[in-house]
Design a protein around this ligand. Structure first.
Ligand SMILES: Cc1cc2nc3c(=O)[nH]c(=O)nc-3n(C[C@H](O)[C@H](O)[C@H](O)COP(=O)(O)OP(=O)(O)OC[C@H]3O[C@@H](n4cnc5c(N)ncnc54)[C@H](O)[C@@H]3O)c2cc1C
Length: 311
């Protein structure tokens, strides 16, 4: 999305980011997930005082929509509590055979899921926004088709129902292949010589970038100011901080610029949408506003104007 935005593509709904309510809080990066099927089985959320807090928040308690559960967990953690998923009564030892992946994640972190509760935290999970495409996967830039999570087809709203993302990727991948098939390449293309790609080297470069101070700082800004809950001052601060990081980064790699660009798009659109809906929650505008009941579009140019005005 960052690359396309820098090339001038129209981006749709960048403010809508979905948080998974129950990533396992072991400090692992990326955090492994405690699947929502566990709550479907009847697992409950409790804090470190043993209080079950979801029934007071939503009639469906732990089965409330993803964003509501994520926000409830976030607020517990903000208030200094720790949050746990308790599967012991409802699953007991059956968690080992019925949820082997979660059990393995727990064992890797030194947690016995049969006897202990699983520490959890919300984590960024899916971006409903992305490069705006039409029903053939065509973006606003001639010659650029986009599918998968980088795109915004309009299929998702302010939230995403589980598994719709993979279905969308498959459907649009096929549509794009069909649309491109048989097209003559524009102009003369140099003969393709193949690329020497060293996967281990690529992975190492990604690891170095991910662990760099600049990326850690960017992630901190996004988590604290553009995350589960947002408000005007925080979003303006985030935009100022992202601009400073971008200007200060000693060696601005393209990959880092793509990250700060994406961050700018998300924060600027979140500042513009003065209401709460789905994955986007503003503490200063906590209710949905019918006048905002629509998809949004933004170019990097507009996002940079909003960023400049936040100074
Ligand atoms: C933990 C987890 C569980 C999920 N579970 C589900 C689920 O059950 N059902 C569901 O529908 N969705 C699920 N999702 C969402 C779904 O997995 C993603 O939306 C989907 O995988 C996105 O596919 P993609 O091909 O668009 O992107 P990705 O799978 O992210 O693939 C992008 C690829 O591009 C590569 N890449 C990045 N930058 C460059 C570059 N500059 N040059 C070359 N290559 C590059 C990356 O290495 C990567 O291989 C889950 C997501 C997470 C994080």
């Amino acid at each position: 999305m960052g690359m396309a935005a820098r090339a001038g593509a129209v981006i749709a709904d960048p403010e809508f980011v979905q948080f998974h309510p129950t990533a396992i809080a072991t400090g692992a990066d990326p955090a492994p997930l405690a699947t929502e099927a566990l709550r479907g089985e009847g697992a409950i959320l409790v804090n470190d005082r043993g209080e079950r807090f979801m029934p007071a928040i939503h009639p469906d308690a732990e089965l409330a929509p993803r964003d509501i559960v994520a926000r409830a967990n976030f607020r517990q953690i903000q208030a200094g509590r720790r949050v746990f998923l308790d599967t012991r009564e409802v699953l007991g030892a059956a968690i080992l055979t019925r949820f082997p992946t979660v059990s393995k994640y727990c064992r890797d972190a030194g947690i016995d899921p049969v006897a202990e509760m699983i520490p959890v935290t919300p984590a960024a999970h899916f971006h409903m926004g992305g490069v705006k495409v039409d029903e053939r996967g065509r973006s606003s830039l001639p010659g650029l088709w986009v599918c998968g999570e980088a795109s915004c087809t309009g299929l998702h709203g302010a939230n995403r129902l589980a598994s719709n993302s993979l279905l969308e990727a498959v459907v649009y991948g096929a549509r794009i292949a069909e649309d491109i098939g048989g097209l003559e390449p524009a102009g003369q293309l140099a003969p393709f010589k193949g690329i020497e790609w060293d996967e281990a080297e690529g992975n190492r470069a990604e690891e170095v970038l991910r662990n760099s101070l600049a990326v850690q700082q960017l992630r901190g800004i996004m988590t604290n100011l553009v995350g589960v809950e947002r408000h005007r001052e925080g979003l303006q601060q985030a935009l100022r901080d992202i601009a400073v990081l971008e200007a200060q980064a000693e060696q601005v790699t393209t990959a880092y610029l793509n990250m700060t660009t994406s961050a700018t798009m998300v924060a600027a659109a979140a500042l513009k949408r003065t209401e709460s809906r789905g994955g986007h929650f503003r503490t200063d505008f906590p209710e949905p506003d019918p006048s905002w009941e629509h998809h949004t579009q933004m170019t990097l140019g507009e996002a940079l104007s909003i960023r400049a005005a936040a100074r």
